[in-house]
Design a protein around this ligand. Structure first.
Ligand code: AMP
Ligand code: ZN
Length: 471
């Protein structure tokens, strides 16, 4: 059995044994949501899998200090330092202030995460960018003092050519990155890959063809009124709450090439030490092979899925069905299959009891799946192997609940909570069996729908019909 947790480290591009800086504590930073709209279920793939990682570390006995930022500053819709302020767009769309937009979508995010059993860090570790403007200004000051930054007419920029390791996370040299960078509208930038640390609300000189609308969020700084560049908040807040270096930094793969590369550059240039030891990135949730994203409009929110009759934890079960480093394609059918599997698990759990002992054989098989770079599909297979085994109801119950510390499927609500099948459902099921015996499929389907209306589902197997409670 593998005892040690192995994780793929984007920084070294290898599978590495996870060794924290401190024997018993782990510092973990996860890039959080931008709260100008509902988070979609692509975003939640990242947040759920990061929650699984946290649970695994805690199961291993580490005390995890997790930090998540909330991006509530109105950044620009394009990476090329141009475009509209996302908060401003949302404020116009909804007739609210940018501050109201941020609060509304932060509240929705917290409520969605609760439904998905994601445990968010407590305040202040769940930290809003707008509550940390002073820390961001301090970081920019350090970078200017150390000559890693320079001022232009529209803001302060990080000089990527001064940071020798620029590109180490994505494995790209500065020249390659320059090739890939977009054409920029600021001719004063020294390198195309240089990025904004602080932007001025009113650029000096009229370089912009179109005057910028009045910003709804802006702050005083030693260099003029403006707002921080997007990447700065993560470096400033990670340093404040975790210090530097810390153990593990997480996010989706889209952040590797720009956002995380830039976080590393700023933090390491400012404080002279490594930002984080391990860089953990999860792959995208896709739709028809394309990344699920707000800009492509191919997204679902948790509320959309609830309208279609899906439970949030069915989505969590669905996510567990793919390895975090693999693309996962989303379809409603696949989510339906996950929901059925989860209901089946709930129903089996109802007949178990909690009084047994965890079974070492299943425990070690589950752990070796988890230790193998969080192989959750394999871990789920061990769950089903346990359910199919002839272990006692007590031992199964105890082992399942032990596994659920990592799965986070609220199985505690089901283990040892049997539900009696009501007489009216039994009668409907018997009638349906008669219809099936007579090959009257229309009648059988009608009775299935009737049974479903009462909160039950029927599964047809070799041994005949099986009634499952929907909850
Ligand atoms: P954002 O609010 O865009 O910064 O995204 C929040 C988190 O969701 C980041 O870690 C992103 O990398 C991640 N993310 C965005 N789209 C997807 C997707 N389609 N699949 C998985 N993760 C995503
Ligand atoms: Zn970040």
């Amino acid at each position: 059995m593998t005892i040690m947790l192995k994780l793929f480290n984007t920084l070294t591009r290898t599978l590495e044994e996870f060794k924290p800086l401190n024997d018993s504590k782990v510092g973990m930073y996860t890039c959080g949501p931008t709260v100008y709209w509902d988070a979609h279920i692509g975003n939640f793939r990242s947040f759920v899998l990061e929650d699984v990682l946290r649970r695994v570390l805690e199961l291993k006995g580490f005390e995890v200090k997790r930090v998540m930022n909330i991006t509530d500053v109105g950044h620009l819709t394009s990476d090329a330092d141009e475009g509209e302020d996302k908060m401003l767009v949302a404020a116009k769309r909804e007739g609210k202030t940018a501050w109201d937009i941020a609060q509304t979508y932060l509240d929705k995010f917290v409520s969605d995460t609760t439904k998905l059993n994601i445990v968010l860090p407590p305040k202040p570790l769940l930290c809003r960018a707008t509550d940390h403007i002073a820390e961001q200004i301090d970081l920019v000051k350090i970078l200017l003092d150390k000559d890693f930054a320079y001022q232009t007419s529209d803001g302060i920029y990080f000089d990527t050519s001064k940071f020798p390791n620029y590109g180490k996370l994505s494995g790209q040299k500065l020249a390659e990155k320059e090739e890939g960078a977009r054409i920029d509208i600021n001719p004063e930038k020294r390198n195309k890959t240089d990025f904004a640390l602080w932007k001025f609300s009113n650029p000096v000189g009229a370089r912009r063809a179109v005057p910028q609308p009045k910003r709804l969020m802006e702050w005083e700084s030693p260099w003029g009124t403006g707002f921080p560049g997007w990447h700065v908040e993560c470096s400033a807040m990670a340093h404040k709450y975790l210090g530097q270096p810390f153990d593990i930094h997480c996010g989706g793969v889209d952040h590797i090439a720009v956002h995380h590369e830039n976080e590393i550059a700023q933090s390491e240039a400012a404080f002279g030490v490594k930002l984080a030891d391990y860089w953990w990135h999860n792959e995208f949730l896709t739709v028809d092979g394309q990344k699920m994203s707000k800009s492509l409009g191919n997204f679902f929110t948790l509320a959309d899925l609830a309208d279609k009759g899906f439970e949030p934890l069915a989505l969590r079960y669905f996510y567990l069905g793919a390895h975090y480093r693999q693309l996962q394609n989303f379809t409603l059918d696949a989510l339906g299959a996950a929901q059925n599997a989860l209901r089946k698990l709930h129903n089996l759990a109802r007949d178990l009891v909690k009084t047994g002992t965890t079974l070492a054989e299943f425990e070690s098989e589950f752990l070796s799946a988890v230790n193998d770079d969080l192989n959750m599909p394999k871990a789920l297979a061990v769950v089903w192997k346990l359910m199919d085994s002839d272990a006692t109801a007590g031992d199964k119950g105890a082992t399942l609940l032990w596994m659920d510390q990592v799965l986070g499927l609220s199985l505690d609500k089901y283990v040892a909570h049997p539900v009696e099948i009501p007489d009216e459902i039994k009668v409907l099921a018997a009638e349906r069996q008669e219809a099936r015996d007579a090959k009257d499929w229309d009648q059988s389907d009608k009775l299935r729908l009737e049974i479903e209306k009462h909160g039950w589902t029927v599964e047809d197997g070799k041994a005949g019909q099986k009634l499952l409670h929907k909850d």
